[in-house]
Design a protein around this ligand. Structure first.
Ligand SMILES: [Zn+2]
Ligand SMILES: [Zn+2]
Length: 294
């Protein structure tokens, strides 16, 4: 089956047109996009392009000379009901919120439009997990921002700029991780894969990497909730208390039972996991004995 030269999807021949029949600028743009999508050179010298790609090429070629459009790094175009990171969906896919879109722009210089959707499994609370940034397939395209989106985006950027400096996982080096949590960054990320949503009434409450950092910091040094609130940027002391409690419950669901059954004989990794396991169980018993409000 023939492939589209630009998006590399397979199509019936009737959905493809020969690239040679289009203007030189369109052919050049198709070449540029193919390179940006990091597709290998093709041996077939009769390159063909699908209807969707040709529509995009024609409009992008026209818009690139329009001063109302900005040439920006954006995720490669996909069906809007699919995840803009991995292309899966529409089941398990949610709309990417405005705060997350601005955070991605601040961290990566990639602009994601207001209708973009992502798998909820790529999210860490309200933000896209930084590990997913590298999975975004990027292309430089002309983008036109309408007034409402400009206002919203600038407002979110302002809020981001005014935010107090707090400890965030994505800004910590490996050494910082060991200092803050007693775990290396890779062990921390592995531990987070065990942090399942916690049943809470008739719904499940997800836990974030920030909650795990806070929990480990508390386990390691027993800092007060008020101090942790300032350190990690929680809104109230009660929010810290809730986050620590949810994280403890989450770890007790799967991590602790799994780890307790294991033999801790494989060196540093086990030792660090053993530390978390032991402290989680201790904090759980302490909570039950004294009804203390972490
Ligand atoms: Zn295509
Ligand atoms: Zn996805």
């Amino acid at each position: 089956m023939p492939h589209c030269y630009v998006c590399d999807e397979v199509f019936a021949s009737s959905f493809l047109s020969t690239l040679e029949h289009h203007e030189p600028q369109i052919r050049q743009l198709a070449e540029t996009y193919r390179q940006e999508y990091q597709l290998p050179p093709i041996s077939d010298n009769v390159a063909r392009v699908c209807r969707t790609c040709i529509r995009i090429l024609i409009s992008d070629n026209r818009n690139s000379s329009d001063s109302e459009y900005i040439q920006w790094k954006v995720p490669r175009p996909r069906n809007s009901v699919l995840c803009c990171v991995c292309g899966r969906g529409p089941v398990g896919v949610v709309q990417l919120n405005d705060t997350a879109r601005v955070q991605i722009y601040v961290d990566t210089d990639i602009y994601i439009g207001p209708l973009a959707r992502v798998c909820w499994t790529h999210m860490d609370g309200e933000f896209l997990q930084p590990e997913e940034y590298n999975n975004l397939k990027i292309v430089h395209r002309p983008v036109h921002l309408v007034g409402a989106e400009v206002g919203l985006f600038l407002q979110n950027l302002r809020e981001q700029a005014l935010k107090k400096e707090v400890i965030e996982e994505k800004h910590l080096t490996n050494d910082d991780f060991v200092t803050v949590t007693s775990l290396s960054k890779s062990h921390f990320l592995e531990l987070f894969t065990y942090c399942d949503p916690v049943p809470d009434g008739d719904r499940h409450r997800t836990v974030k990497k920030k909650d795990l950092l806070t929990f480990l910091r508390k386990m390691r040094q027993g800092l007060s909730d008020e101090f942790l609130r300032i350190l990690f940027g929680y809104s109230t002391r009660q929010a810290v208390s809730l986050a620590v409690s949810m994280m403890r419950r989450s770890l007790m669901l799967r991590f602790v039972p799994t780890r307790v059954r294991r033999d801790y004989s494989d060196g540093v990794h086990s030792a660090s996991c053993h530390f978390v396991c032991k402290r989680t169980v201790q904090s759980e018993s302490h909570k039950e004995e004294s009804n203390c409000n972490y």
